[in-house]
Design a protein around this ligand. Structure first.
Ligand code: GDP
Length: 302
């Protein structure tokens, strides 16, 4: 229900697909497919995916494989689902066998990193894990306080920088050491999100990653990139850059309770070949859910 509500804007943009396909006949194929492509573009699927999908539908129609509007719509949904599943790979968290497992969240300021980390703590604790949070956004003073509020809300322990000069890699390394000594299952590491064009941020993230790896071999197990679902295709360049520099293992799409732009989910997965692991629907502890590609496709088409 939440995913359905979250994508209401995309659904209304794509509602035209039903009308188009209701009156489809073979002679009308070019016009209908042009309009279908336009509807996909308006819904932020981006030119590459929109053209790919429409060309493949055209091929199947001309080959006589799709004979009715309904079959075309099912093929359209099927191609989006296939793309999400094939390119997305495994959507569950891959936490390995060593303890502690370490999850780092990265992304630009305001995307929802700290909030998602809080919600993730709640989720993992409910699954029985012993969770330690680490306030790695040492750049923005309020970020540690915000994470402390989430630690309290989810009854989690937290490591924060002691003193203004302590840098993020050292906070995270200290947290992972403590987790190792005290038998925590998972460490959730927040990071800074200054403008993604600021290279020193990227250097810092790499230093954070290396500092964690020095304490536990193979860690961080997951580097989750948090993307604001309302920003549409604008998320692509930043996603690409974070991925190139730190190697992202999964995506968290936030703010799907607002006016999320559904098509960009498909674009970003196709472009990076990285699965969406979680979606965020709001600011409550339980507003983070594993991504379900089938529910997503059903939510964007009425
Ligand atoms: P950060 O700078 O990336 O750590 O982002 P924050 O976690 O501080 O989130 C920025 C703002 O977005 C805050 O006001 C959050 O409450 C809000 N926010 C985060 N996730 C969601 C979400 O899924 N839905 C809504 N509506 N707001 C969210």
């Amino acid at each position: 229900e939440k995913i359905f509500n979250g994508f209401s804007k995309t659904r209304s943009n794509l509602a035209v697909v039903d009308e188009l396909l209701l009156y489809w006949n073979l002679a009308d194929t070019d016009r209908v497919l042009d309009e279908l492509e336009e509807a996909l573009l308006v819904s932020d699927f981006g030119p590459k995916i929109s053209i790919k999908i429409v060309d493949s539908l055209r091929g199947d129609i001309l080959a006589g494989k799709l004979k009715s509007g309904n079959e075309i719509k099912e093929a359209l949904k099927g191609s989006i689902l296939n793309l999400l599943k094939r390119k997305g790979g495994k959507a569950e968290l891959q936490l390995g066998f060593r303890k502690p497992a370490v999850i780092m969240v990265v992304g630009v300021n305001g995307g929802g990193k700290t909030t998602s980390l809080g919600k993730l703590a709640w989720r993992l604790k409910n699954e029985g894990a012993k969770v330690l949070m680490a306030a790695g956004d040492t750049f923005r003073a309020a970020a540690s306080e915000q994470l402390e509020v989430w630690a309290e809300r989810t009854d989690s322990e937290i490591v924060v920088a002691e003193g203004d000069t302590v840098k993020a890699p050292s906070v995270l390394s200290q947290a992972v050491k403590r987790a190792k000594e005290e038998g925590y299952d998972i460490v959730l590491c927040d990071t800074s999100g200054r403008l993604h064009t600021n290279y020193s941020l990227m250097e810092e993230l790499v230093a954070c990653k290396n500092a964690i790896a020095k304490v536990v071999t193979g860690a961080p197990n997951e580097i989750l990139l948090v993307l604001d679902g309302t920003t549409g295709l604008n998320m692509l360049p930043q996603a690409r850059e974070f991925n190139e520099v730190v190697g992202v293992t999964g995506l968290i799409l936030t703010k799907l309770d607002g006016s999320a732009r559904g098509g960009c989910v498909v674009s970003v997965v196709d472009e990076l070949g990285i699965p969406v692991k979680f979606v965020g629907f709001g600011e409550r502890v339980d507003d983070l859910q594993p991504f379900d590609a089938v529910a997503f496709v059903n939510a964007i088409f009425s």
